[in-house]
Design a protein around this ligand. Structure first.
Ligand code: ADP
Ligand code: MG
Length: 375
């Protein structure tokens, strides 16, 4: 009964949010890793509380151990559209985004981002483990499955849909094809340019496009992308935390009875790690990487901020990522950002930075923030 009321309340909240604007922020706290090699220090968690029953608040606190227990030195409260505790399952999270995913089938352009430091659960949220059982599958495979099922159900009403998938990586402000066969940054690979047509359609030149004829096919795509990323790089983990991965689903529908048509795009984006990278000491490639990540993440914040603020000029062109997503950000489009955070004490400062970034993105959507650039 309470659960039901909660669900209704949350739906209502989502509807209100819809009226307020098309940008939402969800916070997800990952569980403490149970792996044996996590050291005792790492396993120490920060003090995190979830004060409200609606699941929208999180209080993050710095504490010190005293003889009588922990003492809170300073607490930092944050409010988001939704906060997912470590116990939340992939299914719980998907339930909250399924309407948004559905809207791509209805002809909207949608972007879902995962923002957070390396190790905070971005890839787990978006892709999930690659050999995942159905319960632990991430948002990408779940979205494809849902769209596939909904498209099938709409056949009875005359709709037929084609579903095309692309998966690109933006590394050092260069677009790479994660589904191609040409290696990633070996130098011999194809150059991919971003083009925006007059019809509002975005294309990337020479990119691999896969027609998704079944929901299962997406797992093979994710595996291929993971393989490409690993051979394109000498240090796989480094690479995945230093590039943005954009999975794009294009959905074109035609109705044979009413002659209507619809075109929607769903973008699911696993962002580069948000940890503040120091430029001191970095040289050459590493310095370039660092600058590219810092720039593109702050540019993303600026773009979302400008859209929510209804600024006449939105600086899409300041980074490859925002330029690629230009037609799926702003206007009628819908945006959701997951801010993924770690519960570990050792990550306290980075977590605070992530929560602050997300708050700026979030508070501007309800028009309470003063005008300030998002860093
Ligand atoms: P990121 O992509 O942000 O660097 P990952 O998604 O790779 O982080 O997560 C780091 C580790 O934590 C992985 O081993 C992942 O499986 C685990 N993990 C993250 N989030 C969860 C979660 N909600 N439930 C279980 N394990 C998780
Ligand atoms: Mg990752």
């Amino acid at each position: 009964r309470i659960r039901q009321e909660e669900t209704i309340r949350r739906r209502l909240h989502n509807t209100i949010q819809e009226l307020r604007g098309n940008i939402r922020v969800f916070c997800r706290v990952r569980p403490v890793s149970s792996s044996a090699n996590s050291t005792k220090k790492e396993a120490t968690t920060a003090m995190i509380q979830y004060p409200d029953v609606e699941g929208r608040q999180i209080e993050f606190a710095h504490s010190t151990e005293t003889a009588t227990g922990s003492q809170i030195d300073k607490a930092y409260p944050f409010t988001f559209d939704r906060v997912f505790q470590p116990s939340s399952t992939q299914g719980d999270v998907f339930e909250e985004i399924s309407q948004l995913v559905q809207s791509a089938l209805d002809g909207y352009n949608v972007c879902i981002f995962a923002y957070g430091q390396t190790g905070s659960g971005k890839t787990h949220t978006m892709e999930g483990p690659l050999n995942a059982s159905s319960e632990s599958r991430g948002m990408i495979p779940r979205s494809v499955l849902q769209i596939y099922e909904n498209a099938k159900a709409l056949e009875a009403k005359g709709w037929t849909y084609t579903m095309e998938g692309q998966y690109v990586e933006i590394y050092n402000e260069t677009v790479n094809d994660l589904l191609g066969n040409d290696g990633l940054d070996s130098g011999g690979g194809k150059k991919h340019e971003i083009r925006h047509g007059a019809n509002g359609k975005t294309t990337v030149t020479d990119i691999t496009t896969v027609v998704l004829t079944s929901a299962e096919k997406v797992t093979a795509l994710l595996k291929k992308a993971a393989h490409n990323r690993s051979v394109g790089s000498t240090q796989m983990n480094e690479r995945s935390s230093r590039s943005h991965c954009v999975f794009t689903l294009r959905l074109a529908g035609k109705n044979s009875i009413t002659d209507e048509s619809s075109e929607g795009v769903l973008n699911l984006i696993d962002l580069a790690g948000s940890e503040r990278l120091s430029q001191s000491g970095a040289t050459g490639d590493r310095l370039r990487e660092t600058q590219a990540i810092n720039k593109s993440l702050s540019c993303l914040g600026d773009v979302i901020y400008a859209i929510a603020n209804k600024d006449p000029h939105v600086p899409y062109r300041n980074s490859k990522l925002t330029y690629l997503l230009q037609n799926s950000l702003g206007g009628n489009s819908k945006t959701l950002m997951f801010v993924n955070i770690s519960p570990l004490k050792s990550n306290f400062n980075e977590t605070l930075c992530s929560l602050r970034f997300a708050t700026k993105v979030n508070s501007c959507t309800i028009g309470t923030a003063t005008k300030r650039a998002v860093k």
